[in-house]
Design a protein around this ligand. Sequence first.
Ligand code: FE2
Length: 286
Amino acid sequence: MKELLVQRGFALLRNTGVIDAESFSSTIAELGIATAVHYGDLPDEGWPGVFRTTQYPPSESIFFHSEASHMARAPRLIAFGCIQPALAGGATPLSDNFLALSTLRPEISRALQSEGLCYERAFIPGLDVLWQNFFRTDDRAKAMERGIAEGLTLQWDNDDVLCTVSRRPATLSRANGQSCLFQQIALHHPVFLDPDLRTEMADICGGRMPRNVTLGSGAPLPDSWAIAIHDSQCRAAFTFSWESGDVLIVDNVRTSHARAPFVGPRHHIVMVSPLSANLSESEINI
Ligand SMILES: [Fe+2]
């Protein structure tokens, strides 16, 4: 499996016998993958370190992203378990981060590599998760403390909205000299919103969107660039159909993941390896 992860950036295991959080957790332990007990704001699945995948409207796509690439620490490996596949759709497309970067127009890849990105969030009640849920506290001071520990710049806006900025690289350079994309522009850039919703949100929020991403200098990331990056990830993508009992291990450095729209119930669970502040130099430890 390690060889597959190194060569392809993911490994799909079929008929593992995984039927719930407990059997998933023991399968991941048998594979020798260390896991984190807490991770972000994903809902718990009732077993330590096992989470429900992001709950997002089934009719919408979750676009390609590198997990936690907007934060100071990210997991090297992500394990997905399929308890129940969707009736239709619901794939987890995978995209090669090296290939996607290498096929970008040079001015875009140069800017991403030299400037990085600034991910901006405004925790506007009703438009995104509450800051209390995101930081797992009702205490403002504790939220600030936790945000700073995660490398965020935080401030309370005039109307009492918590705004955060996370300045992060958009690419990783590996020891072999190769660079790859490591970003989640498509989860933050307003060009990926429905055009009417984008206009409506800009009106409601006075130009301060709940999520946004700029170049590291603070200069806007042009819509056309965000789309070009997304398109290059789609061209570098591989997809498969889930079956119950599948376990997918993804190298979060090499491979971005997404979620296709789906119909019917869909139950997938996830575990992540311990978070690291230096994925550039990390190895796959199995
Ligand atoms: Fe994800």
